[in-house]
Design a protein around this ligand. Structure first.
Ligand code: SAM
Length: 266
C-alpha cells in the first residue's frame, strides 16, 4: 500500500518536519518569480500583465530558494536525486545554490513545449522551454538507464525532452503534464520509494507517484490548490506498471549500465 502524506502550509516550515535522509526523489516546481509588472503575457489575444498569483511574487528569490533547497538536501537520501524545474526567472539562483551546497549537478534537462502560445510582443523569441536541474549529493545515485531507454523507443534518452503542454485537468495556472512527471519518477525512483514535492500545486507529482506505486509527501500553501490536489490524488489507482516494464529488461550485461545503487530486479 502506498503511503500518501499531504501537508498544508509553508514549505519553508513544513520541510523541517521531515526526517533526515528519508526521501529518494524530490521534484520541485517552485514559484517562477515571473508575475508582476515586468512580465507581459497574452490573454484572449490581448497583452496582459503576467499574474500567476501572489505565491509567484517573491521579494528575494535567492534567499527563498536557498532555504528550501537546503532543507531538501537534508531530507534527501545519499543516493537520491533532486529535480528542479523553472524558467530563466528563477534558474540562475537555483544553479548557484546547487553549486554552493556542493551538489553534483547531473544534468540540465530542457523541456521543449512545441505548442507554446505565440508572443504578442515582437521584441524577443517565444518562450517555449523550461529547464530542469537534476542533482545529487554523491556521484552514486539511482538512475534507471534502461527505463529511460524504453521510454525513448529503445534509444538513449537525450536531455532535450519534447513534451507538449497539455490542456489542464485543474484550474491551477501552472499544472505540469503527467507525461513529464512519468519520466522523472520512473527514471529517478523505484517502486515503494518515497517521492517529495514541496510545491505540489494541483498534485501532478502525487498523481504519478501513486499510480506507479511510490510513497508521496506533498506540501502546498494555498487552501484551494491543496484541496484540488488532495481530491485528484485520492482518485488515482496504483498500477504495477514498472514491474511489467522490468520483466522485459534484459539483466546481466546491462546491469552495469545502471548506476551502482540502481535497479533491483524484482
Ligand atoms: C509552480 S506551482 C506548482 C505546480 C505543480 N507542479 C502542478 O503540476 O500543479 C507552485 C506551487 O507552490 C505553491 N507555493 C508557493 N509558495 C509556497 C510555499 N512557501 N510553501 C508551499 N507551497 C508554496 C503555490 O501555491 C503553487 O501552487
Amino acid at each position: 500500500m502506498v503511503n500518501i502524506k499531504l501537508l498544508k502550509g509553508n514549505a519553508l516550515e513544513l520541510l523541517k518536519k521531515i526526517e533526515d535522509k528519508s526521501v529518494n526523489l524530490i521534484f520541485a516546481d517552485p514559484p517562477y518569480n515571473l508575475s508582476g509588472e515586468n512580465y507581459l503575457t497574452c490573454k484572449s489575444g490581448k497583452i496582459a500583465v503576467c499574474d500567476k498569483g501572489l505565491w509567484d511574487q517573491i521579494e528575494n528569490i535567492y534567499e527563498f530558494n536557498s532555504k528550501w533547497v537546503q532543507e531538501c538536501v537534508r531530507v534527501l537520501k545519499d543516493d537520491g536525486t533532486i529535480w528542479i524545474s523553472g524558467t530563466l526567472h528563477n534558474h540562475p539562483s537555483i544553479g548557484v545554490i546547487l553549486k554552493k551546497l556542493n551538489l553534483w549537478v547531473i544534468n540540465d534537462i530542457i523541456w521543449f513545449k512545441n505548442n507554446a502560445p505565440p508572443l504578442m510582443q515582437k521584441n524577443r523569441f517565444v518562450p517555449s522551454t523550461e529547464l530542469i536541474w537534476v542533482a545529487s549529493k554523491t556521484k552514486k545515485y539511482y538512475f534507471n538507464y534502461e527505463i529511460a531507454k524504453k521510454l525513448n523507443n529503445g534509444k538513449q534518452m537525450r536531455n532535450l525532452w519534447e513534451i507538449p503542454a497539455e490542456r489542464h485537468k485543474t484550474p491551477h495556472p501552472t499544472e505540469k503534464p503527467e507525461k513529464l512527471l512519468e519520466r522523472i519518477i520512473l527514471i529517478g525512483s523505484k517502486e515503494e520509494d518515497t517521492v517529495l514535492d514541496p510545491f505540489m500545486g494541483s498534485g501532478t507529482t502525487g498523481v504519478v507517484a501513486k499510480r506507479y506505486n511510490r510513497n508521496f509527501i506533498g506540501i502546498e500553501i494555498d487552501d484551494n490548490y491543496f484541496e484540488i490536489a488532495e481530491k485528484r490524488i485520492a482518485s488515482v489507482r496504483t498500477e504495477g506498471i514498472l514491474l511489467k516494464l522490468l520483466e522485459k529488461i534484459e539483466v546481466g550485461n546491462n546491469i552495469q549500465l545502471q548506476f551502482q545503487s540502481g535497479l533491483t530486479t524484482k
